[in-house]
Design a binder for this molecule. Structure first.
Ligand code: NAD
Length: 387
């Protein structure tokens, strides 16, 4: 079986889907692996490193796309790549049906079996393939470093002969995978951390990391599969009222709140930003899905009323080496599940395969993908592409 790894072409994407040491294991288990020239360059992996791993480096992208049985990538192939893919071949990537519906249709029409790691069920069995978790965890860590770098204060408490510096105060909104890693990182740097999430189940995890869980007088509900429900506008208005004082009292606010397939909830308004001390920092990790902060500019860092608002998108790409290593493990674990005796085996009885297969045999076969595409056409849609 021929595995093709394409170079990422999406602006700002520095990751690569397969790294040399994991490629070597695939080669050892009988796969033929091809990588597009320079695919790993920005993540720190040279073409020579792939060659040493037994991988063939292919300069011609069209050739690579047309000969591969399975194409691996971080961002999905471009729409203009689809015509080059063989009917019956497979693509595994972070395809986002909600914002890439035309690509989904093109892949289906071409007869490509497309898998999206974004749709992978979040079950214990799928954990080793869970790219959303591996990438969110890195992003949560990096978001705190970005904030610390911009803040004109120390994070830890410092007692010096010239006086005592109090620790920085950090508020983390949303305590999913990214939020918990942000809490842990900020605590390791010595900050005093408080956090809030609409899912009461995370309270103990927040506390075990040494942060305070904000008890807001709000009736919250957990949604399906451990995810948050979309809260009502009345709930979010009340949440913002109750949170205003906490936002103002912190030096750094890291927002990570999101609802799968929907526009991110608005947690920090422009007037709440105005209430913060000059020099404070907000890192809005939901910038790509509409932003948790009203003044966030996706992909930019802006200063608003003396407060830095960081809307950097695709944060995992800024730690491209480790992000690629973890992603490569996730994607090859899924590959091993899909390939039996050197052939793609589409066992739709398997909840992992059924959950993340988007197109097969000319059809969009995934109910959740269909729902996301429909929801994206609604007014509250997510308009951006990269995760
Ligand atoms: P996510 O990125 O979808 O959302 C981030 C966080 O934002 C969530 O914790 C959510 O509750 C929170 N949020 C939403 N609206 C909010 C609001 N108005 N105010 C404050 N917070 C708000 O979440 P995620 O990190 O992908 O993880 C979501 C869930 O999936 C978690 O329960 C996690 O433990 C679970 N999970 C399970 C597995 C597994 O079992 N394999 C793997 C990963 C994640």
């Amino acid at each position: 079986m021929k595995i093709g790894v394409i170079a990422e072409t999406h602006e700002g994407e520095r990751r690569v889907a397969l790294v040399p040491d994991i490629a070597a294991k695939l080669v050892a288990s009988g796969f033929e692996v091809f990588v597009e020239a320079d695919a790993g360059e920005q993540a720190g992996f040279t073409d020579d490193a792939y060659r040493e791993a037994g991988v063939a480096v292919e300069a011609d992208r069209k050739m690579l796309l047309s000969m591969a049985d399975v194409v691996l990538s971080v961002q999905p192939p471009r729409i203009e790549d689809v015509a080059m893919l063989r009917a019956g071949s497979a693509s595994i990537s972070m395809l986002q049906p909600a914002s890439q519906s035309s690509l989904v249709e093109a892949l289906a029409a071409r007869g490509v079996t497309a898998f999206s790691l974004v749709l992978l069920p979040r079950t214990s069995r799928a954990q080793s393939m869970d790219a959303l978790s591996s990438q969110s965890s890195l992003a949560g860590y990096k978001a705190v470093l970005m904030a610390a770098n911009r803040l004109d204060k120390f994070f830890p408490m410092l007692i010096t002969a010239a006086g005592t510096i109090p620790p920085a105060r950090v508020l983390v909104l949303g305590a999913g995978v990214a939020g918990l890693q942000a809490i842990a990182t900020a605590r390791r740097l010595g900050a005093v951390v408080e956090a809030y999430d609409v899912r009461p189940a995370v309270k103990e995890e927040v506390k075990s990391l040494g942060a305070r869980f904000l008890e807001l007088e709000l009736e919250t509900q957990e949604g399906e599969g451990g995810y948050a429900h979309a809260q009502s506008e009345a709930f979010l208005t009340r949440q913002r009222e109750l949170m205003t004082g906490h936002v103002a009292a912190n030096d750094v606010v890291i927002t990570t709140a999101s609802i799968p397939g929907r526009k991110a909830p608005l947690l920090v308004t422009a007037s709440m930003v105005k209430g913060m001390h000059r020099g404070s920092v907000i890192v809005d990790m939901a910038a790509e899905s509409g932003g948790n902060c009203e003044v966030t500019q996706p992909g930019q860092v802006v200063e608003v009323d003396g407060v830095w608002v960081d809307g950097t998108t695709n944060i995992p790409s800024t730690v491209a080496l480790h992000a690629s290593q973890l992603y490569a493990r996730n994607i090859t674990n899924l590959l091993h599940l899909l390939v039996v005796d050197g052939e793609l085996k589409m066992d739709f009885e398997d909840e992992i395969i059924r959950g993340c297969c988007v197109t097969h045999a000319g059809q969009v076969v995934n109910e959740r993908a269909r729902q996301l595409i429909e929801a994206a056409a609604a007014p509250q849609a997510i308009q951006t592409e990269v995760r």
